[in-house]
Design a protein around this ligand. Structure first.
Ligand SMILES: [Zn+2]
Length: 255
């Protein structure tokens, strides 16, 4: 049996614990999957009733027997509404980043997207010249939405799913009204690797140095036509894909 549980089981386990480690006073959003009733070595299974989401600190402790089966069942049952906001951090620190937002490419362009004069996606340089990611989710709902400030992310409002694997390279947040955000950091080791990932793009003509780290941002605004998808940006009245911006202040300005 494959040790990785099916995606639907993982979603259920994440949701059950409110997207953070359920051990009291923990709440770490970087989750792993613990089989405890029965343990994996006794029986290979992916039954969510006998599994629990735990962080990379508490999972080995659980493997070592720190928590009884009854306690783990209790942790699954009794997760209270989170008092602290769910939050994490991207540890990727780079002097150069290729921002890939809605299928368009932004290099040495600190504001890939702005809306009514306010940045939606912004890279800010810290005192040491490292680029820090800032993202503001657009929404037509009145509720707060997840934001990223200088590489720190905070999940706000009531997401229906928050996916944040321990690798710390990916964040996916979804809401009931179809608002969604996905951010992923990817190492592009060479121009060949970049061409493979971004087919139909003229990567070799960009004139940028490889290897480079890409930060891919996708965002959907529920109830509107606005979507920064995996291959293109869909905006009111237009679709933009494969554009490459270099050394400009702002890439796309929405009004
Ligand atoms: Zn924990």
């Amino acid at each position: 049996m494959n040790r990785t549980p099916p995606a639907t089981v993982l979603r259920e386990l994440r949701r059950e614990v409110g997207f953070g480690c359920p051990i009291p006073a923990c709440g770490n959003p970087y989750l792993t999957w613990h089989h405890f009733d029965p343990p994996w070595h006794q029986k290979e299974h992916h039954n969510p009733a006998g599994m629990i989401a735990l962080c990379p600190e508490h999972h080995p402790k659980a493997d070592a027997g720190a928590f009884t089966k009854e306690q783990l069942h209790e942790f699954k049952r009794s997760v209270e509404p989170r008092r602290e906001q769910l939050k994490g951090r991207f540890d990727w620190m780079r002097h150069k980043l290729l921002a890939v937002v809605g299928g368009n490419f932004y290099y040495e362009t600190l504001v890939p997207i702005s809306f009514r004069g306010e940045p939606i996606v912004l890279l800010r340089r810290d005192e040491e010249g490292y680029l820090l990611l800032n993202v503001r989710m657009l929404t037509i709902s009145k509720e707060p939405r997840t934001k990223i400030e200088d590489n720190f992310w905070i999940s706000r409002g009531e997401p229906t799913d928050v996916e944040s694997p321990p690798s710390g390279k990916l964040l996916k947040v979804q809401y009931a009204n179809s608002d969604s955000l996905k951010v992923e950091f990817i190492e592009l080791g060479s121009v060949v690797k970049a061409s493979e990932r971004y087919q139909n793009s003229r990567v070799e003509h960009w004139g940028i140095e490889f290897p480079v780290t890409a930060v891919e941002v996708q965002m959907k605004v529920g109830g509107t036509d606005i979507e920064f998808g995996p291959r293109e940006s869909t905006l009111p009245g237009m679709t933009i894909r494969g554009s490459f911006f270099k050394n400009v202040v702002t890439g796309i300005q929405l009004t």
